[in-house]
Design a protein around this ligand. Structure first.
Ligand code: ADP
Length: 464
């Protein structure tokens, strides 16, 4: 086992807050072997036994909500209140899949032969290797491990190098809840590359589940393909937010201000292009800009903070580049437009920014922002707007504001996105399937579909 460690820093201050083991490929291999050894017994426990452990973990996570939220704010940066909401959301997956574990129903299928019976059962796929990102350091983990464990799989998890501490705490909770040794295994590493290579090539791993950037997801899928491993991929997004002429511009602006700046804009479902019909653009921008100007930026541990830091310096530079490019091509900066001065020193802060008059020739129109910059694009023609919204390789989330039922239904059906919020900015829940089309990924998390990702179908043909 390697003995070295790496630092975990607070993105609001730059302070080192902890050290965790810096593991390598040999550690990953051993963890996979442990998970494989534990599979025989874990996969044959009853669904009721697995459900009981997950339910205890749900209870423990709720009891530790404040401590976990505090840790999350220190390692990831989001304001304390939002961190507590995420812990609750993360815990929801433990409860949902503790219930869903008991519903792995099979079926019997009539045969054309009188002497034959078909029976279909679902079995756990085997050892699962999971890789998670830093933006939601609790819920992105429970969303994978809860269904995998409920299905009867064993797991090796590698959390993001920026946020391993929440993972360590989740693992303590799972252990206290009664998870047997070897069923759930943690690998912390400053360099994800060799770990990903081991996950994708080790024959004992039957399934790779990943949340992160499209570029890395593509690489992992390619590496896993020759070994015919199953993959689930939750990748980037470039969400359109469409406000039709008949919508209430104030209501839509309030919704847009909440969802755009969620997690400092660092969520794959954050709107990246806000299309507003020109007839209501002025009213929309007035409320929207007022709301955004009110957002308080700072250390998420302080009272009243709405916007925390970005994850690192590179994220600040990416956002600055997008804003400067848009400004140079004619976008108007209605608020923000730069880094936080003074009290932001040491942290990676960018002011919440509204850009109006954004057009398709700007980088921000095409590239995922992952930061606190809202790009507002006026439009005139309802007939063109869906094709403009679909004109991206991404297909994760989309939002539509309208009071017309036909427009709502038609747009919902035409948008090539896996998740569509209709007059609603929060179409996510442990009970609902989350996932994208096109370059936004493969598979779904949450809901019944989330469990299916970890199950094999087995057919029995019985001659009687
Ligand atoms: P982001 O750009 O949002 O940080 P990444 O896709 O780089 O997203 O990171 C998401 C997760 O993928 C993290 O856990 C990171 O360590 C991991 N990761 C990044 N590159 C690789 C790789 N080449 N192989 C395996 N995992 C990787």
């Amino acid at each position: 086992m390697s003995q070295s460690e790496f630092e975990v820093t607070n993105p609001a201050t730059g302070d080192v807050i902890a050290h965790v083991p810096d593991q390598g490929r040999a550690d990953a291999r051993q963890a996979i072997e442990r998970a494989n050894a534990a599979f025989a017994s874990w996969s044959t426990t009853t669904a009721y036994q697995r459900a009981a452990i997950l339910r205890r973990a749900w209870q423990l996570m709720q009891e530790r909500k404040q401590d976990l939220a505090n840790l999350m704010t220190r390692e990831q940066g989001k304001p304390l209140k939002t961190a507590a909401i995420e812990v609750q959301y993360g815990a929801d997956f433990l409860l949902w899949f503790s219930e869903e574990a008991k519903r792995q129903y099979g079926e019997t299928i009539p045969s054309a032969r009188a002497d034959q019976r078909f029976i279909v059962q679902h079995h756990p796929v085997g050892v699962v290797a999971a890789i998670t990102p830093w933006n939601y350091p609790v819920s992105m983990i429970t969303r994978k491990i809860a269904p995998a464990l409920a299905a009867g799989c064993t797991v090796v998890l590698k959390p993001a190098e920026a946020t391993p501490l929440c993972a360590v705490e989740i693992f303590k909770i799972m252990q206290e809840a009664g998870m047997p040794d070897g069923v759930l295994n943690l690998i912390t590493a400053s360099n994800p590359v060799p770990i990903g290579e081991e996950f994708c090539t080790n024959p004992l791993v039957r399934k790779i589940t990943f949340t992160g950037s499209t570029a890395v997801g593509r690489k992992l899928s390619a590496d896993a393909a020759p070994h015919l491993k199953r993959v689930s991929m939750e990748l980037g997004g470039h969400a359109p937010f469409i406000v039709f002429a008949d919508a209430d511009p104030v209501h839509a602006a309030k919704g847009a201000a909440l969802i755009k700046f969620l997690n400092t804009g660092q969520a794959c479902i954050c709107p990246n292009r806000i299309y507003v019909h020109r007839s209501i653009e002025k009213a929309f921008l007035k409320t929207f800009t007022e709301r955004v100007e009110r957002l308080a930026v700072g250390n998420g541990l302080d009272d009243g903070i709405n916007i925390g830091p970005l994850v690192n310096r590179a994220a600040v530079e990416k956002v600055s580049r997008q804003v400067e490019d848009a400004r140079s091509k004619g976008a108007e900066v209605l608020c923000g437009g730069g880094e936080l001065e003074g009290k932001g020193r040491g942290g990676h802060f960018y002011l919440p920014t509204v850009l109006s008059n954004v057009s398709p020739d700007m980088i921000i129109y095409r590239e995922e922002t992952f930061g606190p910059v809202a790009a507002v694009v006026p439009f005139d023609d309802n007939d063109d707007i869906v094709s403009m919204a679909n004109d991206t390789n991404y297909g994760l989330a989309a939002y539509v504001y309208t009071r017309d039922l036909s427009t709502a239904m038609r747009t919902f059906e035409q948008l090539q996105f896996g998740i569509v919020g209709i007059n609603d900015i929060n179409p996510t829940s442990a009970a609902a399937p989350f996932g994208g089309m096109k370059d936004s990924g493969l598979g779904r998390e949450g809901a019944r579909e989330g469990l299916n990702e970890y199950l094999e179908t087995k057919l029995g043909g019985f001659s009687i």
